[in-house]
Every structure is written in structure tokens, then in C-alpha cells.
Design a protein around this ligand. Structure first.
Ligand SMILES: Cc1ncc(COP(=O)(O)O)c(C=O)c1O
Length: 450
């Protein structure tokens, strides 16, 4: 490793960072992380903290998962790469496909299409859903519906169904035929409705209204996160996703569950769809599938779609889509080891227990700190605080203040993520109770600087 001064001097000088302005990275140089162990990360100055971000919603098993590291090394030495395009495959990806098929069988999704990450998985599901309708002779179904506040990655398809202007405006025009309905976000919504069950019904009505307006026979799919994550962790009422699924089914619209952060236990259930008792037509996964140690993803495909593609002999079901790294053997080997560890450790159960502890702690902090407008959680280890300048008017907090809170929290022992007015928590699912205490006390310090 280069020495501390060398690294600090060149920090952000010759690279552009995602999701920030180049000038901002130069003015506020990013924290240089050099080591990690368990649920802790260490920076270039030797400061060690609990990582309440979990890498980026992906390091579910922590930073020291030896079986995954070993699987990657062994696979690199045996077969570092081979393509899965027509005509060839590899042993690891065959094995993984059988495992995923079994794991996602309760969700009704038993076929996998491999990608290099979450945005690729979303793109794949959007494209295959259009193709599904074409195979069945309904070529007019090309539009996509989604939720405001939703995050679906940054490819043009994903950005088009994205529900946050930050990821859209500078890249417009986006894909035509993408329409958004209000998210079941009780703290702020156009209906001024704070009751989660009533709000869910209003959002479902808005969905029905939009379908009637567009014409059901023009819509290919509806895409949603079972619990909205990057948009500020917005758990819907339990009636919402089943309601969406029923409306989609009634109108011949496919349901794409974007499970890039919810698959593999984060909500306390093995998938977000299972959490709500829904069987979608596609499930987009990535991130925790390899614990973040290798860029990889899988789109899981539901029975009706699988049957349509598999029974077609006309040529319409030929998949003109795929990535050089689809089914990468090293990613597949990492994913096999990850699945084994994920199930052996029952990380979903720990996510539910630790998530409840963190949620209770955040609610206590809300009693103490006026700046906390809303606390969202209650479904495993995905939680958020929405900070406000004034509770009565819900005026969002100033950017500089939230940055200061984050910095003091970091100096006090926990890395947290700031996104707009939200502080987001997505720690590894192997978190211990003592780590929850560390996160809460560091945050208490951070919030006390306001
Ligand atoms: C729900 C969801 N979908 C898609 C993506 C995009 O994934 P990636 O950044 O791996 O392309 C993310 C990333 O955070 C996500 O949270």
C-alpha cells in the first residue's frame, strides 16, 4: 500500500466518484478505507468504526467471510473465466442455478439469468418483460410503471423507472412510456394521509387510475422495491405489495420485484416479496449474492414467464441480451459460498432481531433530538432517520448540518450514510447487539452537535 501522505494528496485527483460532483470530492476528500474485519472498517489514519452502511447494502456477511474468499481464490486458480453465451457454460454456474432455484422456489421463481450487478439486473427484467409480451403476441405492451422515490440503478432503463429527480434530470430525455405513481410514504405524500393502510389504498387507486389512463394493453410491467431503500427506506403497509400484485395480475401486467437490497435476508425474510407474501414475475438480485466481494447479479424468473419463453419454438424467445460477465465462474463460486453461509448463519433471523433493537434505539433518539422528524424501520436491518430543520413544518435539514452529524458520528464510532435529508442504516446482517449500541451512541454524539 502507498503511504498515507501519498494517498491523501492524490485523493479524488485522478478519479471521478459516483453520486457526487467532482468539485465536491476535491473540496471534501472522501474517507480512505484501507482495511476491514467483521463488521468494522478502518481508515488510512487507523480509525476503526462499525460500518452501519454494510459496504453499500451488500456486505451482509461482514468483511471476514473466509469461505467466500476461499471460494473466489480456488475458482480463480481453476477457471478464472469462461463465457455462458450460446454454446458454453461452466460447472460453478450450473451448481449455483440449482441452489438459487431451490432458494427462490417459495417466491415462484426458479430460473436465473445472470448479470454483473443491480442496474444490469433491472435492465434485464425490463427487457425480458417486453419480450415476454411479444412472444405472446401482445407487442403493444411496452410501457413501464413504477413508484416515485423508487431506486432502480442508473442504466437508461433503470433511470427511466427511477423515482428521484437527482438520477434523472441531467440525463434526460429518458425512455418514453415510463410513468410513476405516488409511493406509500406516510411522512410526505400528495394525499396528506399519515395512516399507512389508508395511504396504501390511495396509492393503489392511483395505480388503477394510471393503468386505465394509459390502457392496460400498452403496459409491459410494474417495477417496485418491496421496501423502498435508497429513496429513504420507506416500508409500505402490508396490504400494498399484495394489492399491487393483484392489480397487475388483473390487467395482464408483469410484476418486477427489485430485490437488489432486499433479497437474502435483509428484511428479516429471505426475500422482500416473501416478506409480503407476493410471488412476482421477475426478481432482480445482486449485491449480497456475493457479499459484495465480486460484482454479480441474478434475475430470478417466475413460472409463467419461464413457461412462455421455454415453450416457444418460433424464434421469438431467443434472448438477444446478456453480458460478457453473465454467469462468471468466479462470481458463481462466490455466490455458492455466500448462499451456504447465509443459510448456515440464518442471517435473516439475526437481521430481524438486531433490526428491532436498532429501531427501538432510533425511536428513543427521536425523543431526545428535535432534528429527527421521522424514524423508519421495523423490517430487519434497513432503517432511516429523516432529519428536519423544524418538526412542525417538516422543512428539510440543511445539507451542511447533516454532513456535520455524519462526520461526528464517524469520529464517535460508526459510519452512516447520508442521502438527502436521510441517514440510512444498512449494516451487515451478522451485526451483534454490542454493535447496535455502538451505532446508537455514536449517532447520539453526532445528533448532539446540532
Ligand atoms: C433497489 C436497487 N436496484 C438497483 C440498484 C442498482 O444496483 P448497482 O448499483 O449494483 O447497479 C440498487 C443499488 O443500490 C438498488 O438499491
Amino acid at each position: 500500500m502507498k503511504d498515507q501522505n501519498w494517498l491523501k494528496e492524490r485523493n479524488a485527483r485522478s478519479m471521478w466518484h459516483p453520486m457526487t460532483a467532482p468539485a465536491d470530492s476535491l473540496m471534501n476528500p472522501p474517507t480512505i478505507i484501507t482495511e476491514a474485519e467483521g463488521v468494522r472498517i478502518k481508515d488510512v489514519d487507523g480509525h476503526s468504526v462499525v460500518d452501519a452502511v454494510g459496504g453499500l447494502w451488500n456486505v451482509n456477511l461482514g468483511f471476514s467471510c473466509q469461505p467466500v474468499k476461499d471460494a473466489i481464490t480456488t475458482q480463480l486458480n481453476r477457471l478464472p473465466y469462461y463465457s455462458t453465451f450460446r454454446g458454453t457454460t461452466n460447472d460453478a454456474v450450473i451448481e449455483l442455478s440449482e441452489m438459487l432455484s431451490e432458494f427462490f422456489a417459495p417466491d415462484g421463481a426458479t430460473r436465473a439469468f445472470y448479470t454483473s450487478g443491480g442496474s444490469d439486473s433491472v435492465e434485464t427484467a425490463l427487457r425480458l418483460s417486453r419480450q415476454y409480451h411479444k412472444i405472446r403476441g401482445e407487442a403493444s405492451r411496452t410501457k413501464f410503471l413504477s413508484l416515485k422515490k423508487g431506486y432502480h440503478g442508473t442504466h437508461f432503463g433503470g433511470a427511466s423507472v427511477n423515482g428521484n429527480a437527482n438520477f434523472r434530470t441531467q440525463y434526460e430525455p429518458l425512455l418514453p412510456g415510463c410513468h410513476h405513481i405516488p409511493a406509500p410514504y406516510t411522512y410526505r405524500n400528495p394525499f396528506n394521509e399519515s395512516d399507512p393502510a389508508k395511504l396504501a389504498q390511495l396509492c393503489l387507486q392511483a395505480l388503477e387510475d394510471e393503468i386505465a389512463f394509459q390502457g392496460a394493453n400498452t403496459i409491459a410491467a410494474f417495477i417496485m422495491e418491496p421496501i423502498l431503500g435508497a429513496g429513504g427506506v420507506i416500508p409500505p403497509h402490508a396490504s400494498f405489495m399484495p394489492g399491487v400484485a393483484a392489480i397487475c395480475r388483473k390487467n395482464g401486467i408483469l410484476l418486477i420485484a427489485d430485490e437488489v437490497i432486499t433479497a437474502f435476508g435483509r428484511t428479516g425474510s429471505w426475500s422482500g416479496s416473501r416478506h409480503w407474501g407476493v410471488q412476482p414475475d421477475f426478481m432482480c438480485t445482486a449485491k449480497a449474492i456475493t457479499n459484495g466481494y465480486f460484482p454479480f447479479g441474478a434475475v430470478m424468473i417466475g413460472a409463467q414467464v419461464a413457461e412462455t419463453f421455454e415453450q416457444d419454438t418460433s424464434g421469438a424467445a431467443a434472448i438477444g441480451h446478456g453480458y460478457t460477465y453473465s454467469g462468471h465462474p468466479v462470481g458463481a463460486a462466490a455466490a455458492i459460498a455466500c448462499m451456504n453461509e447465509t443459510r448456515r448463519l440464518k442471517v435473516n433471523e439475526n437481521a430481524a432481531i438486531r433490526g428491532a433493537e436498532l429501531h427501538t434505539g432510533l425511536l428513543s433518539l427521536q425523543e431526545k433530538h428535535e432534528v429527527i422528524g421521522d424514524v423508519r424501520g421495523g423490517h430487519g436491518l434497513m432503517l432511516a432517520l429523516e432529519l428536519v430543520a423544524d418538526r412542525a413544518t417538516k422543512k428539510p435539514i440543511d445539507k451542511g448540518i447533516i454532513a456535520k452529524i455524519q462526520e461526528v458520528t464517524y469520529q464517535s464510532g460508526a459510519m452512516v450514510r447520508v442521502s438527502g435529508p436521510n441517514i440510512i442504516f444498512s449494516p451487515p446482517l451478522i451485526l451483534a447487539s454490542a454493535d447496535v449500541t455502538t451505532i446508537l451512541s455514536a449517532l447520539d454524539e453526532g445528533l448532539s452537535c446540532v
